[in-house]
Structure formats: structure tokens, C-alpha cells
Design a protein around this ligand. Structure first.
Ligand SMILES: [Zn+2]
Length: 269
């Protein structure tokens, strides 16, 4: 969708519709956003239910992922690192916290991606933690029946990020066991970007229902799955509303034979 209907304005939000954004652009205050010819589609590789049930051997390459979007999040093959894609570059955050750029022939086991087209932006001009942040975004969304991608930039007074422990075959534990025992990276006074997605409840076990955010610092020194944070000053929230959804399944033995019996979802608000 190229244009959102303006929803509610409260004192917390400075909400700019697409049309207003263009007016502001023409004044030279904000850079004009190019009309994109890329599809405005939420792309997903593998299904969350398979990922939860130990399908940790994927066959999507970083090179292919880059053709599906310029923002994204997910995990590398064998859980050898969390993935966050910003400005078309998929970064790998390994279990020891080391960050590198994914190479085109490296493989990914689960991913969400989109070519980000800003439909609206607003500012949260006071400090929030992850829970209050989610509830404020809930109020700002035009509808929770669509899909959204987010790019959020700001300063984080505290930050708690999750990594992944690399697995090897045969895989023993699913995400229900691995996530509560994941490596945790903590930072203070970090400036960076949260890339995230929202899926409506009706997505069920196909993907994460609700919000899912990954983070990468501007200096690329810390990143991972967002667990908790406290922001400092203002957070600038850009959102892209999407109504087209495309998922691709892994084409391998692990997926052919997986028993989809365990369920796991992140905390919802
Ligand atoms: Zn994650």
C-alpha cells in the first residue's frame, strides 16, 4: 500500500501520512523517497512451525535473500548466527557476538524480508521499554489485520539481545528449548536500528504472530534478536504496510520428514 489513512494523533505521536511526507519532501526538509518498482510483498523463507521443530538446515542463500528485500531478519544455517538485514546487507551475529556480512553463497534457515517502502513515520518522543514500545505501536497501527515491516532508529540506554548457539546434526533440541537458553548480549548507550515485522494473529504457526525485531548498532559492534531495551530520547519509527505475502518452503529431507508437533511463540502484546 502506498498510502495509509491517517489514524489517531495523540500528544505522543507526530504521525505523517504519505502525502504529507511528500509535501515535506518538496520543501527540502526530508529527502524524497524514490518510487520503487520492487514488489511490496512480505517474503518469508521456511515456516515458523518447521523452524521451531528443528528444521535447522536451510537452502536459501544470502544471494537469493538479497533479491527478496533490503531489510530482513532470520537465522543462518545450523543456527550459526542470527541475521539482520539493513540497507540490503545481511549481517550475521555469531554465538560469541562477532558480527560479519553474510556472503552470497552462505545459507539461511529462516528469514523474513521486504523491500522497504515507507508508508508512514512517527516519533516516540519519550523513553520506552520493549513492552511499552509494543503497546504504543499497537495504538499507532492503522489495523492489526495487515502485515508491517519496521525500521526504527534511536539511542538505547540499555539493550538486551539474543543470539543462537550453533547446532550440528542430528539436531536434538527445538527452539522451545534453545531460545530460553540462548546467548545474551547486553549493551548500554548504543545507537542503532531495529528491523522488525508484524504478523496478524491469523498467521498461526506459519510465522511469528505479533512483533519480531532484530537490532544492529550503527558501528556494527552489537546485534541480535531484541529481548529487552530502554530507549533514550526519541525513537523514529518508519513503517511499511503490506498486504501481499509470499512464503517459500525448504526443499530438503529435513523438511520432508519433519513432524510438526511442537509449538513456540514469542511473548505477545
Ligand atoms: Zn529473532
Amino acid at each position: 500500500m502506498r498510502k495509509l489513512t491517517l489514524i489517531s494523533i495523540c500528544t505522543l505521536y507526530f504521525f505523517i501520512s504519505c502525502e504529507q511526507q511528500k509535501e515535506k519532501d518538496s520543501s527540502g526538509i526530508t529527502a524524497v523517497q524514490e518510487e520503487s518498482t520492487k514488489p511490496d510483498t512480505y517474503y518469508q523463507y521456511s515456516i515458523w512451525w518447521a523452524f521451531v521443530n528443528k528444521v535447522f538446515d536451510g537452502d536459501l542463500t544470502v544471494g537469493e535473500l538479497k533479491t527478496k528485500g533490503n531489510v530482513g531478519l532470520g537465522s543462518f544455517d545450523f543456527l550459526d548466527g542470527e541475521m539482520v538485514m539493513l540497507d540490503g546487507i545481511p549481517y550475521r551475529i555469531r554465538e560469541n557476538g562477532e558480527i560479519s556480512e553474510g556472503k552470497d553463497d552462505e545459507e539461511i534457515v529462516y528469514a523474513n524480508a521486504a523491500f522497504f517502502e515507507e508508508d508512514a513515520q512517527f516519533v516516540i518522543n519519550h523513553s520506552v521499554n520493549f513492552e511499552t514500545f509494543r503497546s504504543e505501536i499497537n495504538k499507532a497501527l492503522p489495523s492489526t489485520n495487515f502485515f508491517y515491516a519496521f525500521k526504527i532508529h534511536g539511542v538505547f540506554k540499555t539493550l538486551k539481545l539474543g543470539g543462537l548457539n550453533k547446532q550440528s546434526k542430528p539436531f536434538v533440541d527445538g527452539l522451545d528449548v534453545l531460545i530460553p537458553n540462548r546467548p545474551v548480549f547486553e549493551g548500554e548507550n548504543i545507537t542503532g536500528t531495529m528491523i522488525g515485522f508484524f504478523c496478524p494473529e491469523f498467521i498461526g504457526n506459519i510465522n511469528v504472530a505479533g512483533y519480531h525485531f532484530h537490532f544492529i548498532a550503527d558501528d556494527k559492534k552489537i546485534g541480535g534478536h531484541v529481548m529487552e531495551f530502554e530507549s533514550e530520547g526519541s525513537l523514529i519509527v518508519l513503517l511499511d504496510k503490506m498486504k501481499d505475502y509470499h512464503f517459500a518452503l525448504p526443499d530438503n529431507e529435513d523438511f520432508e520428514n519433519v513432524r510438526l508437533n511442537k509449538e513456540f511463540q514469542y511473548k505477545k502484546n
